[in-house]
Structures are given as structure tokens and as C-alpha cells.
Design a protein around this ligand. Structure first.
Ligand SMILES: Cc1cc2nc3c(=O)[nH]c(=O)nc-3n(C[C@H](O)[C@H](O)[C@H](O)COP(=O)(O)OP(=O)(O)OC[C@H]3O[C@@H](n4cnc5c(N)ncnc54)[C@H](O)[C@@H]3O)c2cc1C
Length: 441
């Protein structure tokens, strides 16, 4: 597989000390041996691929899912568990200019529809995924950020008919948001979940309705043979009429060739504390079960989990080597101590990193690949794929089934252009990240 980041980032090193890995083993499945046939083949067993598989198999379509590792091995089994609004990094102004106001509005409505979609799946199936948090809270990282947050919340309220809550700086502690922040806004949309329990439940449900899932089965080539796609894996192959690409930040340049240059993996990292006592929570003043993030460009995201452990995540990081992975652990720990100084003594035994995925236009994609028969793809959720990736997976199933019972906004159908610089395109992130770090001061 031709991939654009350091080989370390595609191995198990980045998740060797993951809290999720320690507490919820990944569902294993056998690897592919011999030839399988299916109407639809899906590459990638994360939330995108599994939602496509689940919806298709429930509709009676034969489906085979192949993953190079295990179910949820990619970002879907290592994320922060924020089922929240998001999916694009393009600002609203630019989005309106590029796609028009109506399309922009449709896109924002889809962000909420995606959260509701995941909520519905979980509630309908009665899955226990350690849910908590009533919407999400955004904390101002500097005084000037509060005005922007308040304005954005008012805009979201006018779109969704919700009522956000503004918490001034002097009321943060009393609301359980004690830390180095300058005010907060709570949007009443979204909830937190255990990502591995969610992805494992999706896999089980897809299999229960007939989907076949093979693990440790990397697709090394995806080629056409007449009207069929043929996927070659080390010990077998799959022959299918339609192919779905659900590999997001772990994509490779030639599977299939159309993907080359259209995705940009970017890092996100997480540390998790040991359980915090009530006294420790009160000493810091963070007692809320709200999932939260701050107003930086390279955001910190965090939540007190139901078992009293605190999960703290951070976006950013350019290089993906083992030594940078190790130094990121020190960096994220320093950020954690700066924002929550009363927890300087608290150990953080767990740490992992993983890839989110960006597109050149900073909007996600979900749909049929233009000018390519029977090829579908969904990727580039810009670090917010629990809801948007799940929904995008369902949209691909709908496209295949010819259904339109879920809104599918035009912005999601706009296929990502190629980045400049080919396999060296990650260099483009250097100036962007320097700019973000200046903004975040
Ligand atoms: C540390 C971290 C924290 C995050 N936190 C959040 C959060 O709190 N909320 C949120 O909404 N989003 C979050 N995200 C992003 C979110 O996890 C992703 O957007 C989402 O999981 C993408 O799902 P996916 O199924 O498209 O891809 P992935 O889950 O990345 O799955 C891709 C799969 O494709 C497989 N694959 C790749 N190539 C091949 C091949 N050739 N053959 C076979 N298999 C292949 C990989 O093994 C992998 O399992 C976070 C991401 C990270 C890394």
C-alpha cells in the first residue's frame, strides 16, 4: 500500500498505551481466505464502512467488509467519543460564497441530522455505550473568544431552534467548568459515548443482518474485471459489483487510484487520567459531565467520563514518527497541566494518537465518485466523524439502494479536488499550523 505518512503511524505503536485498547478489546474477526462474492464490497471497518454495511444488509443486500487490521482499529476505535456537530473546517462565509446560502444551510442542518441519526441507532438498538453529556460545552481560551462563541451559539440556535446557555467567567466553577478558561457556551446538541463500544455494536448488528466482516485482510489492489471490482488481499479476493471506500485518514494513494492526493491525514492525541476522587474534582472545580472543547484552532477536547477518569485530547502535530509520538505525550501533558493546574499530581497512564482526515476544500465527501461506475466513497470529516462519518456511511448505502429518506446535501456530494504536492502534501500543514498556533496564543 502506498501511504504518505511514516510507517510507525500505520502500526500498533500509536495505540500501544491507549485507554480504549486497555479497557475494550477490539472485536476480532477471521481474515479472508479464498474467494468471496458480494453485491457490495466495503474497504474499512470503522463507523463509515460499518454504517454502510448495516444499512445495506438490513435492506437485504449482500455485503463484505474488509479491514487491514481489526474492527475499529482506525480512528473509530480511538476517538474522544464526542458525537457532536461538525464535519467541515471551511468557515460559513467561505462556504456560502462557494456553494450558496441554501446549500450551506442544508449542510448545517445535516450536521444536526447526523447527531440525531446516531442517537436513533443507539436508542433503537438499546446499546450500552456509556453515554453522558447533554449537548457540548465550548470554553473560551482567551477573553476575546467569548464574543465569537456567543455569536456562533446564537446563530446555531436560530438554525436549529435550540436554546444555548452562556456561562460567564465568574460562574464557570459554580457550573463545574473550573480551569484556565474565560467563559463558556453550552449547545444542547450532542452526547458522549465510548467509541469502541459503539463501533463494536455496529459490527455486531451488521453481521446479525448478514454482512460478512474480515479482519487482518488488507486490500492490496482494487482493480476492475469487466463489470466487477476485484479486491486482492494476501490470502484471498473479493469480487463485487460495487465498491465503497471507507478508509478516511488511513487511506492509501492507489486503493483505488482515484483516492491519490484527495485526503490529508492529520493527527489527534488523547491522554486519560486514573479515576479522580470527588475531592480532586472539587479542588480543580471541574465536576461537570459535559463533553467540552476550547475555542483554539488546534482545539483541546475533554470530558469527565462516567467512571471518574478524565479524557483530554489535543489536535495538531506534523510529523508522524515514533520519536514525535513520544514527544507528543509530553506536550499534551503540559497542555493538560496548564489548563487544569490542580491536577498536576494526577497520573495519566494512557496515551495514544491517530489520524483524522482533511480535504482540500475543507468539506467532507459522501457519495458516488464522479466518472467512475460503481465506486462510492466517504471521508474527510475534519476530526468530527462519530456523527458525520456514521451518517455519511448511511448516505452511501442510500445511494446504492436508490433511497432518499435521509437528507444528502450537495456540499457532501462535491468530490474533493487533489491537493498540490502529491505525496508530500503534508508539508502544506506547516504554515497552517504555525498560523493556528499564533491565533491560539
Ligand atoms: C485521537 C482522535 C480523536 C477523535 N475524536 C473524535 C471525537 O471525539 N468525535 C468525533 O466526531 N470524531 C473524532 N475523531 C475523528 C473520528 O474518529 C473519525 O472521523 C472517524 O472515526 C472516521 O471513521 P472512518 O470509519 O471513516 O475511518 P477509520 O475509523 O479511520 O477507519 C478506516 C479503516 O480503514 C482500514 N483500511 C485502510 N486502508 C485499508 C486497506 N487498504 N484495506 C483494508 N482496510 C483498510 C483501516 O485499518 C481502518 O480500520 C477523532 C479521531 C482521532 C484520531
Amino acid at each position: 500500500m502506498k501511504r504518505i505518512c511514516d510507517p510507525f503511524s500505520y502500526g500498533d505503536g500509536p495505540v500501544a498505551q491507549s485507554f480504549w485498547a486497555d479497557t475494550v478489546p477490539l472485536p476480532t474477526r477471521t481474515s479472508l481466505h479464498g474467494e468471496e462474492r458480494a453485491e457490495v464490497a466495503i474497504i474499512g471497518a470503522g463507523v463509515t464502512g460499518l454504517n454502510t454495511a448495516l444499512r445495506l444488509s438490513r435492506a437485504g443486500v449482500s455485503v463484505v467488509v474488509l479491514d487491514a487490521k481489526q474492527v475499529g482499529w482506525g480512528a473509530s476505535g480511538r476517538n474522544g467519543g464526542f458525537c457532536c456537530l461538525g464535519g467541515a473546517m471551511m468557515g460559513e462565509g467561505r462556504m456560502s460564497k462557494t456553494f450558496g446560502q441554501a446549500a450551506t444551510r442544508d449542510f448545517y442542518m445535516t450536521e444536526k441530522a447526523a447527531v440525531d441519526f446516531v442517537d436513533q441507532i443507539i436508542v433503537d438498538a438499546g446499546w450500552d455505550v456509556d453515554r453522558h453529556s447533554d449537548g457540548e460545552t465550548i470554553l473560551a481560551h482567551k477573553p476575546a473568544a467569548m464574543a465569537r462563541l456567543t455569536e456562533e451559539a446564537a446563530h446555531i440556535d436560530s438554525l436549529f431552534g435550540t436554546s444555548s446557555t452562556v456561562v460567564p467567567k465568574d460562574a464557570l466553577r459554580q457550573n463545574g467548568f473550573g480551569g484556565a478558561f474565560h467563559g463558556a457556551v453550552t449547545l444542547p446538541v450532542g452526547f458522549a459515548l465510548n467509541p469502541r463500544k459503539f463501533v463494536g455494536s455496529l459490527a455486531g448488528a451488521a453481521e446479525a443482518t448478514g454482512a460478512r466482516i474480515y479482519c487482518d485482510s488488507p486490500v492490496l489492489r482494487a482493480t476492475r474485471d469487466g463489470a466487477h471490482w476485484v479486491l486482492a488481499s494476501p490470502n484471498g479476493q473479493v469480487r463485487a459489483n460495487k465498491l465503497v471506500i471507507a478508509t478516511n485518514g488511513y487511506s492509501s494513494e492507489q486503493i483505488p487510484v482515484w483516492m491519490a492526493g484527495r485526503f490529508l491525514p492529520a493527527q489527534s492525541s488523547i491522554i486519560v487520567t486514573r479515576p479522580l476522587s470527588q475531592e480532586e474534582q472539587s479542588a480543580q472545580g471541574w465536576t461537570s459531565s459535559q463533553m467540552a472543547y476550547d475555542s483554539r484552532k488546534l482545539i483541546h477536547y475533554f470530558r469527565l467520563m462516567p467512571d471518574g477518569r478524565f479524557l483530554f485530547g489535543m489536535r495538531g502535530g506534523i510529523s508522524t514518527t515514533e520519536s514525535v509520538h513520544n514527544s507528543t505525550r509530553e506536550k499534551i501533558r503540559a497542555h493538560f497541566e496548564r489548563l487544569f493546574p490542580k491536577w498536576r499530581h494526577v497520573e495519566t497512564p494512557w496515551f495514544h494518537t491517530g489520524f483524522v482526515c482533511l480535504s482540500r476544500d475543507l468539506t467532507p465527501f459522501a457519495g458516488a465518485v464522479p466518472n467512475e461506475d460503481n465506486l462510492y466513497a466517504a471521508f474527510a470529516y475534519h476530526g468530527n466523524g462519530v456523527a458525520m462519518g456514521s451518517y455519511a456511511g448511511a448516505l452511501l448505502a442510500n445511494d446504492i439502494l436508490g433511497r432518499s429518506d435521509l437528507p444528502h446535501p450537495d456540499i457532501l456530494r462535491a468530490a474533493p479536488k487533489r491537493f498540490p504536492l502529491g505525496q508530500f502534501r503534508r508539508l502544506l500543514m506547516y504554515p497552517a499550523y504555525v498560523g493556528f498556533e499564533v491565533f491560539d496564543l
